[in-house]
Design a protein around this ligand. Structure first.
Ligand SMILES: Cc1ncc(COP(=O)(O)O)c(C=O)c1O
Length: 455
Protein backbone atom coordinates (compact mmCIF):
# COMPACT_ATOMS: atom_id res chain seq x y z
CA UNK A 1 0.00 0.00 0.00
CA UNK A 2 1.23 3.51 -0.86
CA UNK A 3 1.69 6.39 1.56
CA UNK A 4 1.27 9.45 -0.69
CA UNK A 5 0.65 11.88 2.13
CA UNK A 6 3.62 10.69 4.19
CA UNK A 7 5.94 10.60 1.13
CA UNK A 8 4.85 14.06 0.02
CA UNK A 9 5.34 15.57 3.46
CA UNK A 10 8.68 13.80 3.87
CA UNK A 11 9.91 15.41 0.65
CA UNK A 12 8.87 18.85 1.88
CA UNK A 13 10.60 18.24 5.23
CA UNK A 14 13.77 17.15 3.36
CA UNK A 15 13.80 20.51 1.51
CA UNK A 16 14.47 22.03 4.94
CA UNK A 17 13.11 25.44 3.95
CA UNK A 18 12.39 28.05 6.61
CA UNK A 19 8.65 27.86 7.16
CA UNK A 20 7.31 31.35 6.65
CA UNK A 21 3.81 29.97 6.81
CA UNK A 22 1.41 28.57 9.39
CA UNK A 23 1.49 26.77 11.81
CA UNK A 24 3.38 28.89 14.33
CA UNK A 25 5.57 26.05 15.65
CA UNK A 26 7.52 26.23 12.35
CA UNK A 27 8.15 22.50 12.40
CA UNK A 28 10.75 22.68 15.18
CA UNK A 29 11.35 19.48 17.10
CA UNK A 30 11.69 20.87 20.64
CA UNK A 31 8.22 19.83 21.76
CA UNK A 32 6.73 16.47 22.59
CA UNK A 33 4.64 16.40 19.40
CA UNK A 34 6.25 15.56 16.03
CA UNK A 35 5.46 19.06 14.78
CA UNK A 36 7.84 18.69 11.87
CA UNK A 37 5.02 16.82 10.11
CA UNK A 38 2.43 19.50 10.73
CA UNK A 39 1.89 21.91 7.81
CA UNK A 40 -0.54 24.30 6.25
CA UNK A 41 -1.73 24.35 2.65
CA UNK A 42 1.46 25.14 0.69
CA UNK A 43 1.88 24.04 -2.90
CA UNK A 44 3.17 20.51 -2.20
CA UNK A 45 1.00 19.68 0.84
CA UNK A 46 -2.40 19.98 -0.92
CA UNK A 47 -5.65 21.23 0.64
CA UNK A 48 -8.19 19.01 2.39
CA UNK A 49 -11.08 21.20 1.21
CA UNK A 50 -9.85 21.23 -2.41
CA UNK A 51 -7.61 18.16 -2.77
CA UNK A 52 -5.68 17.84 -6.02
CA UNK A 53 -2.35 16.32 -4.87
CA UNK A 54 -1.13 14.07 -2.07
CA UNK A 55 -4.33 14.35 -0.03
CA UNK A 56 -6.39 13.46 -3.08
CA UNK A 57 -4.21 10.41 -3.71
CA UNK A 58 -4.33 9.35 -0.06
CA UNK A 59 -8.12 9.67 0.13
CA UNK A 60 -8.60 7.87 -3.20
CA UNK A 61 -6.54 5.00 -1.89
CA UNK A 62 -8.68 4.91 1.28
CA UNK A 63 -11.81 4.82 -0.91
CA UNK A 64 -10.42 1.84 -2.87
CA UNK A 65 -9.59 0.00 0.35
CA UNK A 66 -13.04 0.60 1.81
CA UNK A 67 -14.83 0.06 -1.49
CA UNK A 68 -16.46 3.52 -1.48
CA UNK A 69 -17.06 5.81 -4.45
CA UNK A 70 -15.26 8.50 -2.55
CA UNK A 71 -13.73 8.87 0.92
CA UNK A 72 -13.22 12.14 2.77
CA UNK A 73 -10.75 12.48 5.65
CA UNK A 74 -12.33 14.26 8.61
CA UNK A 75 -10.63 16.10 11.45
CA UNK A 76 -13.65 16.87 13.61
CA UNK A 77 -14.62 13.32 14.47
CA UNK A 78 -17.75 11.52 13.35
CA UNK A 79 -19.54 14.48 14.91
CA UNK A 80 -18.44 16.79 12.07
CA UNK A 81 -18.97 14.03 9.50
CA UNK A 82 -22.53 13.24 10.57
CA UNK A 83 -23.47 16.89 10.72
CA UNK A 84 -22.02 17.37 7.22
CA UNK A 85 -23.82 14.28 5.89
CA UNK A 86 -27.15 15.59 7.20
CA UNK A 87 -26.51 19.12 5.92
CA UNK A 88 -25.62 17.73 2.50
CA UNK A 89 -28.61 15.39 2.31
CA UNK A 90 -31.37 17.57 3.74
CA UNK A 91 -33.01 20.90 2.96
CA UNK A 92 -35.11 22.87 5.48
CA UNK A 93 -38.44 21.14 6.06
CA UNK A 94 -37.29 17.76 4.70
CA UNK A 95 -38.30 14.75 6.78
CA UNK A 96 -35.68 12.37 8.15
CA UNK A 97 -36.22 9.13 10.05
CA UNK A 98 -34.09 8.88 13.21
CA UNK A 99 -33.97 6.07 15.74
CA UNK A 100 -33.95 7.40 19.30
CA UNK A 101 -30.56 5.81 20.01
CA UNK A 102 -28.94 8.41 17.72
CA UNK A 103 -25.79 10.20 18.92
CA UNK A 104 -26.21 13.89 19.82
CA UNK A 105 -24.38 14.95 16.63
CA UNK A 106 -27.25 13.51 14.55
CA UNK A 107 -29.82 15.55 16.46
CA UNK A 108 -27.66 18.66 16.05
CA UNK A 109 -27.12 17.96 12.33
CA UNK A 110 -30.88 17.72 11.78
CA UNK A 111 -31.35 20.98 13.64
CA UNK A 112 -28.63 22.71 11.57
CA UNK A 113 -30.31 21.50 8.38
CA UNK A 114 -33.72 22.74 9.58
CA UNK A 115 -35.14 19.30 8.82
CA UNK A 116 -38.05 17.57 10.52
CA UNK A 117 -37.15 14.41 12.49
CA UNK A 118 -39.46 11.40 12.61
CA UNK A 119 -38.39 9.33 15.59
CA UNK A 120 -38.45 5.56 15.80
CA UNK A 121 -37.78 3.44 18.87
CA UNK A 122 -35.04 0.87 18.20
CA UNK A 123 -35.45 -2.76 19.19
CA UNK A 124 -34.08 -3.77 22.55
CA UNK A 125 -32.85 -7.31 23.25
CA UNK A 126 -33.76 -9.33 26.35
CA UNK A 127 -30.35 -8.52 27.81
CA UNK A 128 -31.11 -4.79 27.60
CA UNK A 129 -28.79 -4.15 24.65
CA UNK A 130 -30.27 -1.98 21.94
CA UNK A 131 -30.01 -3.29 18.39
CA UNK A 132 -31.48 -1.92 15.18
CA UNK A 133 -34.79 -0.84 13.79
CA UNK A 134 -37.65 -3.19 12.98
CA UNK A 135 -37.94 -3.41 9.14
CA UNK A 136 -41.77 -3.56 9.22
CA UNK A 137 -42.06 -0.45 11.39
CA UNK A 138 -39.47 1.26 9.21
CA UNK A 139 -41.27 0.43 5.96
CA UNK A 140 -44.54 1.70 7.35
CA UNK A 141 -42.94 5.04 8.36
CA UNK A 142 -41.27 5.37 4.96
CA UNK A 143 -44.55 4.74 3.13
CA UNK A 144 -46.69 7.03 5.26
CA UNK A 145 -44.32 9.90 6.03
CA UNK A 146 -42.30 10.03 2.78
CA UNK A 147 -39.00 11.13 4.29
CA UNK A 148 -36.01 12.28 2.24
CA UNK A 149 -33.44 10.43 4.35
CA UNK A 150 -33.01 7.92 7.17
CA UNK A 151 -30.19 7.64 9.69
CA UNK A 152 -29.05 4.43 11.34
CA UNK A 153 -26.59 3.63 14.12
CA UNK A 154 -24.64 0.53 13.10
CA UNK A 155 -22.95 -0.95 15.06
CA UNK A 156 -24.11 0.36 18.42
CA UNK A 157 -21.54 1.63 20.90
CA UNK A 158 -21.67 -1.84 22.47
CA UNK A 159 -20.76 -3.45 19.14
CA UNK A 160 -24.18 -4.92 18.36
CA UNK A 161 -24.77 -5.34 14.63
CA UNK A 162 -28.15 -6.05 13.12
CA UNK A 163 -29.93 -6.43 9.78
CA UNK A 164 -29.04 -3.05 8.30
CA UNK A 165 -29.00 -4.50 4.79
CA UNK A 166 -32.82 -4.88 4.74
CA UNK A 167 -33.30 -1.27 5.78
CA UNK A 168 -30.89 0.01 3.15
CA UNK A 169 -32.85 -2.05 0.59
CA UNK A 170 -36.11 -0.40 1.74
CA UNK A 171 -34.45 3.01 1.43
CA UNK A 172 -33.26 2.22 -2.07
CA UNK A 173 -36.71 0.96 -3.11
CA UNK A 174 -38.21 4.33 -2.07
CA UNK A 175 -35.37 6.65 -3.13
CA UNK A 176 -34.66 7.52 0.51
CA UNK A 177 -31.06 8.55 1.31
CA UNK A 178 -29.46 6.13 3.79
CA UNK A 179 -26.96 7.71 6.20
CA UNK A 180 -25.15 5.32 8.52
CA UNK A 181 -23.43 6.31 11.73
CA UNK A 182 -20.74 3.62 11.69
CA UNK A 183 -18.61 5.52 14.20
CA UNK A 184 -17.67 2.23 15.87
CA UNK A 185 -17.12 0.16 12.71
CA UNK A 186 -14.08 1.60 10.89
CA UNK A 187 -12.29 -1.77 11.31
CA UNK A 188 -15.04 -3.96 9.81
CA UNK A 189 -13.90 -3.71 6.18
CA UNK A 190 -10.44 -5.09 6.92
CA UNK A 191 -11.29 -8.57 8.19
CA UNK A 192 -13.91 -10.80 6.53
CA UNK A 193 -14.69 -12.49 9.84
CA UNK A 194 -15.96 -9.21 11.34
CA UNK A 195 -19.53 -8.00 10.73
CA UNK A 196 -20.10 -6.45 7.31
CA UNK A 197 -19.57 -2.71 6.99
CA UNK A 198 -22.35 -0.40 5.80
CA UNK A 199 -19.92 0.71 3.07
CA UNK A 200 -20.01 -2.82 1.64
CA UNK A 201 -23.83 -2.69 1.85
CA UNK A 202 -23.67 0.38 -0.41
CA UNK A 203 -25.31 2.78 2.00
CA UNK A 204 -25.37 6.26 0.46
CA UNK A 205 -23.29 7.98 3.16
CA UNK A 206 -21.31 6.26 5.91
CA UNK A 207 -19.42 8.03 8.70
CA UNK A 208 -16.76 6.25 10.76
CA UNK A 209 -14.54 7.43 13.60
CA UNK A 210 -11.02 6.33 12.70
CA UNK A 211 -9.96 7.13 16.26
CA UNK A 212 -12.35 4.69 17.92
CA UNK A 213 -11.32 1.34 16.43
CA UNK A 214 -8.26 2.05 14.23
CA UNK A 215 -4.85 3.08 15.59
CA UNK A 216 -5.51 6.71 14.63
CA UNK A 217 -5.40 9.94 16.65
CA UNK A 218 -8.43 11.31 18.47
CA UNK A 219 -10.71 13.43 16.25
CA UNK A 220 -9.91 11.53 13.05
CA UNK A 221 -12.82 10.14 11.08
CA UNK A 222 -13.93 9.18 7.57
CA UNK A 223 -16.96 9.95 5.45
CA UNK A 224 -17.62 7.48 2.63
CA UNK A 225 -19.90 8.24 -0.30
CA UNK A 226 -21.43 5.03 -1.63
CA UNK A 227 -23.69 6.43 -4.35
CA UNK A 228 -24.45 9.55 -6.36
CA UNK A 229 -27.73 10.22 -4.52
CA UNK A 230 -26.10 13.08 -2.61
CA UNK A 231 -23.93 15.07 -5.05
CA UNK A 232 -20.24 15.39 -4.25
CA UNK A 233 -20.41 19.21 -4.43
CA UNK A 234 -23.04 19.29 -1.67
CA UNK A 235 -20.88 17.09 0.56
CA UNK A 236 -17.79 19.22 0.00
CA UNK A 237 -19.70 22.37 0.81
CA UNK A 238 -21.18 20.81 3.96
CA UNK A 239 -17.71 19.68 5.09
CA UNK A 240 -16.47 23.25 4.76
CA UNK A 241 -19.27 24.28 7.11
CA UNK A 242 -18.61 21.70 9.80
CA UNK A 243 -14.82 21.48 9.76
CA UNK A 244 -11.93 23.84 10.35
CA UNK A 245 -10.33 25.54 7.36
CA UNK A 246 -6.94 24.61 8.90
CA UNK A 247 -6.97 20.82 9.31
CA UNK A 248 -4.03 19.37 11.25
CA UNK A 249 -1.59 17.37 9.13
CA UNK A 250 -0.74 15.32 12.21
CA UNK A 251 -4.32 14.10 12.24
CA UNK A 252 -4.45 13.55 8.47
CA UNK A 253 -1.18 11.67 8.49
CA UNK A 254 -2.32 9.64 11.50
CA UNK A 255 -5.30 8.52 9.44
CA UNK A 256 -3.20 7.42 6.46
CA UNK A 257 -0.83 5.57 8.80
CA UNK A 258 -3.69 3.79 10.58
CA UNK A 259 -5.34 2.67 7.33
CA UNK A 260 -1.97 1.43 6.04
CA UNK A 261 -1.38 -0.53 9.22
CA UNK A 262 -4.85 -2.07 9.05
CA UNK A 263 -4.33 -3.07 5.40
CA UNK A 264 -1.19 -4.96 6.30
CA UNK A 265 -3.08 -7.12 8.84
CA UNK A 266 -3.97 -9.75 6.23
CA UNK A 267 -4.88 -12.69 8.43
CA UNK A 268 -5.48 -11.38 11.89
CA UNK A 269 -4.33 -14.05 14.27
CA UNK A 270 -5.89 -12.16 17.11
CA UNK A 271 -9.45 -12.86 15.95
CA UNK A 272 -9.47 -16.55 16.93
CA UNK A 273 -7.59 -15.50 20.08
CA UNK A 274 -10.25 -12.89 20.80
CA UNK A 275 -13.04 -15.41 20.25
CA UNK A 276 -11.40 -17.85 22.65
CA UNK A 277 -11.01 -14.97 25.13
CA UNK A 278 -14.76 -14.28 24.80
CA UNK A 279 -15.53 -17.98 25.24
CA UNK A 280 -13.44 -18.08 28.44
CA UNK A 281 -15.26 -14.99 29.77
CA UNK A 282 -18.65 -16.52 28.90
CA UNK A 283 -17.72 -19.51 31.05
CA UNK A 284 -16.44 -17.58 34.08
CA UNK A 285 -18.71 -18.21 37.01
CA UNK A 286 -20.84 -15.23 38.03
CA UNK A 287 -19.79 -13.15 35.01
CA UNK A 288 -22.27 -12.33 32.26
CA UNK A 289 -21.06 -11.32 28.83
CA UNK A 290 -23.87 -9.48 27.07
CA UNK A 291 -23.86 -9.85 23.30
CA UNK A 292 -25.97 -9.22 20.27
CA UNK A 293 -26.64 -11.97 17.73
CA UNK A 294 -24.08 -10.40 15.43
CA UNK A 295 -21.48 -8.93 17.72
CA UNK A 296 -18.23 -7.03 17.20
CA UNK A 297 -15.79 -9.32 19.03
CA UNK A 298 -13.70 -6.37 20.24
CA UNK A 299 -16.49 -5.05 22.49
CA UNK A 300 -17.14 -6.70 25.85
CA UNK A 301 -20.25 -5.69 27.82
CA UNK A 302 -19.98 -7.32 31.20
CA UNK A 303 -22.07 -7.62 34.34
CA UNK A 304 -20.88 -9.16 37.62
CA UNK A 305 -24.17 -8.89 39.53
CA UNK A 306 -24.02 -12.63 40.18
CA UNK A 307 -20.76 -12.06 42.03
CA UNK A 308 -22.44 -9.37 44.08
CA UNK A 309 -20.82 -6.46 42.27
CA UNK A 310 -22.85 -3.50 41.06
CA UNK A 311 -21.59 -1.64 37.95
CA UNK A 312 -19.59 0.99 39.92
CA UNK A 313 -18.07 -1.74 42.14
CA UNK A 314 -17.08 -3.75 39.07
CA UNK A 315 -15.33 -0.71 37.58
CA UNK A 316 -13.48 -0.15 40.85
CA UNK A 317 -12.32 -3.75 41.03
CA UNK A 318 -11.17 -3.79 37.39
CA UNK A 319 -9.17 -0.59 37.84
CA UNK A 320 -7.43 -2.05 40.87
CA UNK A 321 -6.43 -4.98 38.60
CA UNK A 322 -5.00 -2.60 36.02
CA UNK A 323 -7.96 -2.59 33.60
CA UNK A 324 -9.56 0.74 32.65
CA UNK A 325 -13.04 0.30 31.14
CA UNK A 326 -14.61 2.59 28.51
CA UNK A 327 -17.78 3.20 30.55
CA UNK A 328 -20.25 1.89 33.06
CA UNK A 329 -24.02 2.23 32.78
CA UNK A 330 -26.16 0.75 35.51
CA UNK A 331 -24.68 -2.66 36.11
CA UNK A 332 -23.13 -2.98 32.68
CA UNK A 333 -19.50 -2.18 32.06
CA UNK A 334 -18.13 -1.76 28.54
CA UNK A 335 -14.58 -2.84 27.78
CA UNK A 336 -13.48 -1.72 24.36
CA UNK A 337 -10.66 -3.53 22.59
CA UNK A 338 -9.29 -2.76 19.13
CA UNK A 339 -7.24 -4.55 16.47
CA UNK A 340 -4.09 -2.65 17.51
CA UNK A 341 -4.33 -3.73 21.13
CA UNK A 342 -1.74 -6.24 22.31
CA UNK A 343 -2.97 -9.78 22.82
CA UNK A 344 -1.82 -9.80 26.41
CA UNK A 345 -4.61 -7.31 27.21
CA UNK A 346 -7.25 -10.03 26.66
CA UNK A 347 -5.43 -12.37 29.01
CA UNK A 348 -5.14 -9.60 31.62
CA UNK A 349 -8.89 -8.99 31.31
CA UNK A 350 -9.70 -12.67 31.87
CA UNK A 351 -7.42 -12.76 34.90
CA UNK A 352 -8.96 -9.62 36.37
CA UNK A 353 -12.51 -10.96 35.89
CA UNK A 354 -11.60 -14.35 37.28
CA UNK A 355 -10.05 -12.75 40.35
CA UNK A 356 -13.15 -10.73 41.21
CA UNK A 357 -14.44 -11.50 44.71
CA UNK A 358 -17.47 -13.82 44.78
CA UNK A 359 -20.03 -12.06 46.98
CA UNK A 360 -23.74 -12.60 47.55
CA UNK A 361 -25.49 -12.33 44.12
CA UNK A 362 -27.48 -9.15 43.59
CA UNK A 363 -31.01 -9.84 42.38
CA UNK A 364 -32.56 -8.00 39.50
CA UNK A 365 -32.03 -7.14 35.91
CA UNK A 366 -28.73 -6.02 34.54
CA UNK A 367 -30.33 -2.73 33.46
CA UNK A 368 -30.98 0.04 33.49
CA UNK A 369 -32.93 -0.90 30.43
CA UNK A 370 -32.74 1.85 27.90
CA UNK A 371 -35.61 4.25 27.57
CA UNK A 372 -38.51 2.75 25.66
CA UNK A 373 -40.80 5.67 25.05
CA UNK A 374 -40.65 8.71 22.82
CA UNK A 375 -41.70 11.76 24.85
CA UNK A 376 -44.27 14.29 23.66
CA UNK A 377 -42.79 17.18 21.67
CA UNK A 378 -44.35 20.45 22.78
CA UNK A 379 -42.20 23.04 20.98
CA UNK A 380 -39.12 23.22 18.79
CA UNK A 381 -35.69 22.76 20.36
CA UNK A 382 -34.81 26.34 19.52
CA UNK A 383 -37.96 27.76 21.13
CA UNK A 384 -37.21 25.71 24.24
CA UNK A 385 -33.58 26.80 24.46
CA UNK A 386 -34.46 30.48 24.03
CA UNK A 387 -37.32 30.40 26.57
CA UNK A 388 -36.95 31.74 30.11
CA UNK A 389 -35.86 28.86 32.30
CA UNK A 390 -36.17 27.57 35.80
CA UNK A 391 -33.93 24.96 37.43
CA UNK A 392 -35.50 22.02 39.23
CA UNK A 393 -34.44 18.66 40.70
CA UNK A 394 -34.79 15.62 38.41
CA UNK A 395 -37.87 14.32 40.33
CA UNK A 396 -39.58 17.70 40.00
CA UNK A 397 -39.03 17.81 36.24
CA UNK A 398 -41.68 15.16 35.40
CA UNK A 399 -44.39 16.79 33.26
CA UNK A 400 -42.21 19.83 32.52
CA UNK A 401 -40.77 20.86 29.14
CA UNK A 402 -37.01 20.56 28.90
CA UNK A 403 -34.98 23.66 27.96
CA UNK A 404 -31.89 21.61 27.02
CA UNK A 405 -31.14 18.14 25.71
CA UNK A 406 -30.22 15.82 28.57
CA UNK A 407 -27.43 13.61 27.31
CA UNK A 408 -25.69 10.99 29.45
CA UNK A 409 -22.03 10.90 28.43
CA UNK A 410 -20.76 8.46 27.43
CA UNK A 411 -22.40 7.36 25.18
CA UNK A 412 -23.65 10.82 24.09
CA UNK A 413 -27.17 9.66 23.20
CA UNK A 414 -29.73 12.22 24.38
CA UNK A 415 -32.32 10.68 26.71
CA UNK A 416 -34.68 13.61 26.06
CA UNK A 417 -34.46 16.64 23.79
CA UNK A 418 -35.14 20.32 24.42
CA UNK A 419 -38.82 21.05 23.78
CA UNK A 420 -39.97 17.57 24.92
CA UNK A 421 -42.03 16.83 28.04
CA UNK A 422 -40.26 14.87 30.78
CA UNK A 423 -41.77 11.48 31.64
CA UNK A 424 -41.50 9.41 34.83
CA UNK A 425 -39.54 6.69 33.03
CA UNK A 426 -36.92 9.06 31.62
CA UNK A 427 -36.57 10.96 34.91
CA UNK A 428 -36.05 7.65 36.75
CA UNK A 429 -33.42 6.55 34.22
CA UNK A 430 -31.53 9.85 34.48
CA UNK A 431 -31.85 10.03 38.27
CA UNK A 432 -30.07 6.70 38.56
CA UNK A 433 -27.24 8.10 36.45
CA UNK A 434 -27.06 11.22 38.60
CA UNK A 435 -26.94 9.04 41.73
CA UNK A 436 -24.01 7.11 40.23
CA UNK A 437 -22.24 10.42 39.53
CA UNK A 438 -22.39 9.89 35.76
CA UNK A 439 -22.05 12.93 33.53
CA UNK A 440 -25.27 14.23 32.00
CA UNK A 441 -24.73 17.06 29.53
CA UNK A 442 -27.39 19.71 30.12
CA UNK A 443 -28.36 18.56 33.61
CA UNK A 444 -25.78 17.12 35.93
CA UNK A 445 -27.34 18.69 38.98
CA UNK A 446 -30.51 20.79 38.52
CA UNK A 447 -32.54 20.44 35.32
CA UNK A 448 -33.36 23.44 33.08
CA UNK A 449 -37.07 23.58 32.25
CA UNK A 450 -39.09 26.04 30.20
CA UNK A 451 -41.07 28.43 32.38
CA UNK A 452 -42.09 31.08 29.86
CA UNK A 453 -41.69 31.40 26.10
CA UNK A 454 -39.70 34.35 24.86
CA UNK A 455 -41.06 36.37 21.96
C1 LIG B 1 -22.53 6.02 17.94
C2 LIG B 1 -21.68 7.25 17.88
N1 LIG B 1 -21.81 8.10 16.86
C3 LIG B 1 -21.07 9.22 16.75
C4 LIG B 1 -20.14 9.54 17.70
C5 LIG B 1 -19.32 10.79 17.55
O1 LIG B 1 -18.01 10.43 17.25
P1 LIG B 1 -16.75 11.41 17.45
O2 LIG B 1 -16.37 11.32 18.87
O3 LIG B 1 -15.72 10.82 16.52
O4 LIG B 1 -17.17 12.77 17.05
C6 LIG B 1 -19.97 8.70 18.81
C7 LIG B 1 -19.01 9.04 19.87
O5 LIG B 1 -18.87 8.40 20.86
C8 LIG B 1 -20.76 7.52 18.90
O6 LIG B 1 -20.63 6.68 19.93
Amino acid sequence: MKTPLKDGLQQVIAENRHRFHMPGHKGRQDFLLPLQWDFTEISETDDLHHPVGILKESQEQAARIYGAKETYYLVNGSTGGLEAALLAALAPGDRVVVPRNAHQSIHYGIEFAGAEPIYLMPIQGKNGLVAGVDPLAFRSVIETKKPVAAVFTYPTYEGVCWDLQSLIAICREHGVISIVDEAHGAHFSFFPSLPQSAVEMNADLVVQSAHKMLPAPTQTALLHRGSDLVPRAWIREALRRTQTSSPSYLLLLGMEEAICWMSRQKDPEELPALESCRETIRNLSGIELLEGENQDPYKFVISALKRGLSGPKLVQALRVSGIEPEWQRGDQVLLMGAPYQSRTAGIALIKALDALPAGEPIEGSIGPRGIQEIPERVMTTLQARRANRAWVAMDESVGEILAENLTPYPPGIPAILAGERMTKEIARYLKRMQDEKGTIYGGNDRIPIVCELNG
